[in-house]
Design a protein around this ligand. Structure first.
Ligand SMILES: [Ca+2]
Length: 495
């Protein structure tokens, strides 16, 4: 991506097709286990999951570890580890959901735990962000795992596996006043809730998960509830095939976005954009490879998945037997943008990234991975706006020669955040040609250049490739002697 693009990210996406972020990871702390949730407030990024230690950037597993039990906090700008470190412990201890209050003063943390520091808790607590202490007001008792949290000025919504909250029946979704009293909001979902998005200005809450039924009606995977009463406002018949779950919901001022995970026939693993006002669909992409997290940022919808077939989505890729774990797509029209940082599958269920958050213009990614862009990096990574990676240099080969002519060939390289690359061809160290070509990792065209030289002369050719910001090293030299005169012959030796 070009630096001028940073001035206006929506224009940037249009200008070079990559969006506001570069695909080169920033130096980032790591965890020794799975990150399930990310949240930010007041210049701090909170990381929750199933882990016992964190370690600095570059440290190998087990080296220079610092104890952090399922929760850690980092400076959003520098990435430095912060001292805020309550431990979340208990049977199956894990942090699965976090969200700050709109004023940033409180961080709500949910999961499966019964002790936070030395305080008894029941699967959800509130931390005061000013001093990292536990809120004494907010200490509801939730009967099972909390998997989703969203907040408004007047309510904290929880979703998960539970059936009772503070002694009352609340089937998989509940709402509290910010100070901790249970609100009358009540809905009945038959299977776990995994995602929540509260649109306070519209008086509604978008709820996603594994359920087949909501408030006694067949409503699979996604439902929109009245934010005060919990009654069903909008349903989505036909949006999700059987055995599909909504794993993530995000929204902006006019639309909501859902990410799904499907199992079995007629699978739906992609993303849908819908209108907040009436729940109608704007677009749907049918990429295969379950979506785990979504975050909108400057006109781009970033998603965590293990996409392996996006052939039917504009800008997408065919199934090649590999997986692309991070995607950027236009929020306007679902087009897959040229932004392809990647993780490996990693630990656990081997799906790579599971959580996304943007803080101070930087995208934080958490999950199961142990590599980012093919280098060791576990649990957390970050992407900012600065493009620092050069494309790989192609290898030159001889395509043909004839008297006074040499044709050299190479296969186009590719770059993780720039589609259009410029190739510079040198003869005996002197720049003789430039060619610009678009490429992706799944579509790298063959390229060639025919040079005119003196018959019988001998030359050394090299090539380098640039994304406009970063230039590769020069290739190994290809030495060619142009034939003295006709007839021509090809490199294959046929007359
Ligand atoms: Ca680049």
């Amino acid at each position: 991506m070009c630096t001028a693009a940073l001035l206006d990210a929506s224009l940037a996406a249009a200008a070079d097709g990559s969006g506001p972020l570069a695909a080169d990871p920033l130096s980032t702390w790591q965890t020794d286990g799975i990150v399930w949730s990310l949240a930010s407030a007041n210049g701090v990024v909170y990381v929750g999951g199933t882990f016992g230690t964190v370690r600095p950037p570059g440290a190998a597993p087990g080296q220079r570890t610092v104890k952090r039990t399922n929760f850690a906090a980092f400076d959003a700008t520098t990435g430095k580890l912060l001292p805020c470190a309550p431990s979340f412990t208990g049977l199956n201890h894990t942090v699965r959901a976090m969200k700050a209050s709109p004023d940033g003063r409180t961080l709500y943390v949910g999961g499966s735990f019964n002790t936070v520091g030395s305080t008894r808790a029941a699967n959800v607590v509130a931390l005061k962000t000013a001093d990292c202490s536990l809120s004494k007001d907010f200490h509801p008792s939730v009967s099972a795992t909390v998997r989703a949290i969203d907040t408004t000025d007047s309510a904290v919504y929880l979703g998960g596996d539970f059936g009772r909250v503070s002694g009352q029946v609340r089937n998989r979704v509940a709402a509290f006043a910010p100070k901790g009293s249970l609100l009358p909001f009540k809905a009945d979902l038959d299977h776990p809730v995994r995602a929540l998005s509260a649109a306070a200005s519209h008086g509604r809450v978008f709820v996603g998960g594994d359920f087949e039924s909501a408030n006694g009606k067949n409503d699979r995977a996604l439902v929109t509830l009245n934010a005060t009463s919990g009654s069903t406002l909008l349903s989505y018949p036909g949006w999700f095939p059987p055995q599909s779950s909504v794993k993530a919901i995000a929204r902006d001022t006019t639309r909501f976005y859902v990410g799904a995970e499907g199992h079995g026939p007629g699978i739906f693993d992609g993303r849908i954009a819908g209108r907040l006002t009436n729940g109608t669909m704007v677009w749907k992409d049918t990429c295969r490879g379950a979506t785990q997290a979504l975050v909108p940022f400057q006109g781009v919808l970033y998603s965590a998945s293990h996409a392996h077939d996006c052939a039917e989505t504009p800008g997408g890729f065919p199934d090649r037997g590999d997986r692309q774990h991070l995607l950027a797509q236009s929020m306007a029209d679902r087009r897959i943008l040229h932004w392809f940082p990647d993780t490996n599958d990693g630990l656990g269920e081997h799906v790579g990234p599971r959580a996304l958050a943007v803080a101070q213009g930087v995208l934080w990614v958490g999950g199961e991975f142990t590599q980012v862009n093919e280098k060791p990096q576990q649990g957390i990574t970050r992407f900012g706006s600065r493009d620092t990676g050069a494309p790989k240099v192609p290898a030159l080969s001889l395509a043909a020669t004839e008297a006074g002519k040499v044709t050299i060939a190479w296969r186009a390289s590719w770059d993780r955040d720039d589609a259009s690359l410029t190739y510079k061809i040198y003869r005996d160290g002197k720049l003789v040609a430039r060619q610009t070509e678009s490429s992706t990792y799944w579509d790298r065209p063959q390229m060639r250049y025919t040079d005119s030289v003196k018959a019988g002369s001998r030359h050394r050719y090299t090539i380098e490739v640039t994304d406009g910001t970063n230039t590769s090293r020069k290739s190994a030299a290809l030495t060619v002697t142009a034939p003295p005169k006709a007839p021509s012959r090809t490199a294959g030796g046929r007359p």
